[in-house]
Design a protein around this ligand. Structure first.
Ligand code: AMP
Length: 207
């Protein structure tokens, strides 16, 4: 894809456990939005493949997969979704959940994505986030969030490597959204921002 055809993108941004996946999945059900989570992309890999093993070697420690591997996998995965017709860049706003997660990833992705808005899900209640991660780990049988030390590592990497990524994008593109409340309440806050953006950029997807 050339620079003039970069995917029109919204970043779902925020700490592990803040609700990006929950919100992204709901939004992804609305015509005109396409939700892509890199955590889901990695978890769908064959665990016995080279890439699957590499992923587990990092994720089980709460660490990030190296930037170049991650961005290249994301690039190929997205191109396949376009080829298969699952995601249509002409009709859908791409909702990225879990990427970019470092300054290097943000730089590498500038070539591929046109970031229209950053939805920053904000929650400074650390205990609430750890509790959410624990609950999800039990429900989804996720190896990375069952151990307290791995959860803490994920949160500390978020603060050190991911949070600074916000500054990569212009301040007027960022929307801070209070992530506390029911999924429906948080969804309404996000839609207050994204519904007009999606309408202005893509019109009615059912037309
Ligand atoms: P998540 O479900 O988004 O919390 O991601 C689960 C795990 O997948 C992370 O802890 C990382 O090991 C890996 N991962 C997901 N997205 C990325 C990314 N953008 N960069 C590096 N590693 C990632």
């Amino acid at each position: 894809m050339s620079t003039t055809q970069r995917y029109k993108t919204v970043l779902l941004f925020g700490a592990p456990g803040v609700g990006k996946g929950t919100q992204g999945k709901i939004l992804g059900c609305i015509p005109g939005f396409f939700h892509l989570s890199t955590g889901d992309m990695f978890r769908a890999l064959d665990k016995d493949s080279e890439m699957g093993r590499l992923f587990l070697s990092f994720s089980t420690k709460g660490e990030l997969v190296p930037d170049d591997v991650t961005v290249e996998l994301w690039r190929r995965y997205t191109a396949e979704l376009v080829e298969k017709g699952a995601y249509s860049p002409e009709a859908d706003l791409l909702l990225l959940d879990g990427i970019p997660r470092s300054e290097t990833q943000a730089e590498l992705m500038d070539e591929h994505i046109d970031v229209l808005r950053i939805i920053h899900l904000d929650c400074d209640d650390m205990d609430e986030m750890v509790a959410r991660l624990r609950l999800r780990a039990e429900r989804e049988k996720r190896a990375d969030d069952t151990k307290e030390d791995v959860i803490r590592r994920r949160l500390s990497i978020y603060r050190a490597e991911t949070q600074p990524v916000l500054a990569h994008y212009a301040a007027d593109k960022r929307s801070a959204i209070d992530a506390l409340g029911t999924p429906a309440e948080v969804q309404r806050r996000i839609l207050d921002v994204l519904a007009p953006l999606q309408r202005d950029r893509f019109g009615n997807a059912l037309d």
